[in-house]
Ligand binder design. Structure first.
Ligand code: LLP
Length: 410
C-alpha cells in the first residue's frame, strides 16, 4: 500500500509504528471541495474548521491558507489558533459548561463567543460584556452516526433548549448586548444529504420565533459541522455538492420567508475536512488462536479510541494483502490491559502473519487528538506527506514527556 505515492513499509521502517500519516494535499482538496459546494452569489458563507478534529498546527496552517476561520472549544485550542495566526474575528469559541477562566480567555482574546446555556451569560458578564454573542441552540432534534456523537435532541448535553432560547436572547438584550448570532450542532458523521437542509429549515423556523418576539437581527447563522465520511461496509460517500445546493436553497428561501435580514451562513466541519486524509499504520504483534481468534496490534484504544468509545468501524488494510480473499474470521485488538481494547469483532481478513502492517484508513479526524498515554504506551509520531515527500511533524512521545511533569517526589 502507498500513501500519496510513498510505501507504508518504508514509512513504518523509517518512523516506527504505530504511526499517523496525513496526506496534506488531500486536506487541501477537501477544504476546496467544501468551499466550492457551498459557493453562492447571494449568500455569504463563512467557513470555520472545527480544530478538535485534528489540531496539529501544520494542519491548522492549511486551513488558514485556504481562508477558513477556526471553531475552538477550549482556551488551549484558542491559544493555538491565535498562535497559528488566525485573526480573533475569524475564531468562534463554542464551549460546554464554560468556566469563568474559559470565558475570560475567550473574552480577552476578542473572539466571537457562542454560549452553551442561559447560565453561561451570567458567568460571561462577570468577566466582561462583549458587543456580540451567539447561543448554541439545541433545536430539539439531532442525528449522528452513533448515539454517542448525536449532539442535538433531548438526550444531548449541549446547547440551550429551543424552549428557552427566547429567554436566553432576551436576557442578553437586557444586559446590553447589541449584536447576535445563532448556532446549532446536531450531530456528527451524518451521511444523509437531507439531514442538513432539514435541520437548517427547522432551525430557521425556530429563529423566526426569536426574531419576531424580540426583533433580533441575526448577523450570522451557524449550522455546525457533521458532514460524514465513509469508514467501512455500507457507508456511502456524502454528496457534498447536493448538500451545499439543497442547504443554500433552504437558507435563501427561509431567510426571505421569515424576513431574517441578510445573515451570513456559517459552517464548522471537522471530520469531513481531515478524516480521509489520515492513516494509522500499525503492526501485527501476535495472533492468538483461542476461544476466538485475536489479531493483536501495536495500536490500541490508546492510539485510536473511536472503536472502544462508539463501536466505530474503520477499514483495516493489511499491507500487501489487499487483493487476497478474506478467509480468516478474527477480532482485532490492541495491547492495552482492558477488554474494551478491541477495534472490531468477527472481521473477515486475509491470512495475516506476525509483523504484517495493518493500516487504518480514515484516521485523520479524532484520531491522534484523542490518543492517550495509558499503560505508558507513548503517543505515536505523526508524518505529513507534502509534495510527495514525507516529513515528521510530531515526534513519538517518550518517558521523558511523562516524567517532565512529575513533581515533588520525596
Ligand atoms: N462544531 C461543534 C460545536 C461540535 O461539537 C463539533 C463536533 C463540530 C463542530 C465538528 O463536527 P464534525 O464536522 O467533525 O462532525 N469524536 C467523535 C466526534 C465528536 C464530535 C463532537 N463535536 C468521533 O470520533 O466520531
Amino acid at each position: 500500500m502507498r500513501i500519496s505515492g510513498i510505501s507504508v513499509k518504508e514509512l513504518a521502517r523509517k518512523y516506527g509504528t504505530p504511526l499517523y500519516v496525513y496526506d496534506f494535499s488531500r486536506i487541501r482538496e477537501n477544504a476546496r471541495r467544501l468551499k466550492t459546494a457551498f459557493k453562492s452569489d447571494e449568500v455569504q458563507v463563512d467557513f470555520y474548521y472545527a480544530m478538535k478534529a485534528n489540531c496539529h498546527p501544520a494542519i491548522l496552517k492549511i486551513f488558514l491558507e485556504e481562508g477558513y476561520g477556526m471553531d475552538c472549544v477550549s482556551p488551549g485550542e484558542l491559544q493555538l489558533a491565535i498562535q497559528t495566526g488566525v485573526k480573533p474575528e475569524h475564531i468562534l469559541y463554542t464551549g460546554n459548561y464554560e468556566s469563568h477562566d474559559d470565558l475570560k480567555a475567550a473574552f480577552n482574546s476578542g473572539v466571537k463567543i457562542n454560549l452553551d446555556d442561559i447560565s453561561s451569560l451570567y458567568r460571561l458578564l462577570k468577566v466582561g460584556k462583549p458587543e456580540l454573542i451567539t447561543y448554541r441552540i439545541n433545536p430539539g432534534k439531532g442525528n449522528g452516526k452513533y448515539e454517542e456523537i448525536t449532539t442535538g435532541g433531548d438526550k444531548a448535553k449541549f446547547g440551550v433548549p429551543f424552549e428557552k432560547a427566547v429567554i436566553a436572547y432576551e436576557n442578553a438584550i437586557k444586559a446590553g448586548i447589541k449584536r447576535f448570532g445563532a448556532h446549532m450542532m446536531t450531530g456528527s458523521g451524518v451521511l444523509e444529504t437531507d439531514h442538513f437542509p432539514r435541520m437548517l429549515e427547522l432551525f430557521l423556523n425556530e429563529l423566526s420565533v426569536i426574531r419576531s418576539t424580540l426583533g433580533i437581527n441575526f448577523e450570522f447563522i451557524d449550522m455546525g459541522g457533521g458532514f460524514g465520511i465513509p469508514y467501512y461496509g455500507d457507508d456511502e460517500v456524502l454528496d457534498i455538492e447536493d448538500v451545499g445546493k439543497k442547504t443554500l436553497e433552504v437558507f435563501r428561501k427561509k431567510v426571505k420567508e421569515h424576513q431574517l435580514g441578510d445573515p451570513v451562513l456559517a459552517l464548522e466541519p471537522g471530520r469531513y475536512l481531515v478524516g480521509d486524509a489520515g492513516y494509522l499504520i500499525s503492526r501485527v504483534n501476535g495472533i492468538k488462536e483461542g476461544y476466538r481468534t485475536f489479531i493483536g496490534l501495536d495500536a490500541g484504544f490508546n492510539t485510536l479510541i473511536r472503536s472502544a468509545l462508539y463501536g466505530a468501524q474503520h477499514s483495516i488494510v493489511f499491507d500487501g494483502k489487499e487483493d487476497e480473499t478474506p478467509s480468516l474470521k478474527a477480532d482485532i485488538c490492541g495491547q492495552i490491559c482492558e477488554n474494551t481494547d478491541i477495534f472490531t469483532k468477527d472481521r473477515m481478513v486475509p491470512e495475516v502473519a506476525e509483523g504484517d502492517l495493518a493500516i487504518f484508513t480514515q484516521a485523520g479526524a479524532y484520531g491522534n487528538v484523542m490518543a492517550m498515554p495509558y499503560n505508558l504506551r507513548y503517543r505515536p509520531a505523526e508524518v505529513a506527506i507534502i509534495d510527495g515527500q514525507d516529513v515528521q511533524i510530531t515526534r513519538r512521545e517518550t518517558i521523558d514527556d511523562y516524567l517532565n511533569r512529575i513533581q515533588n517526589i520525596k
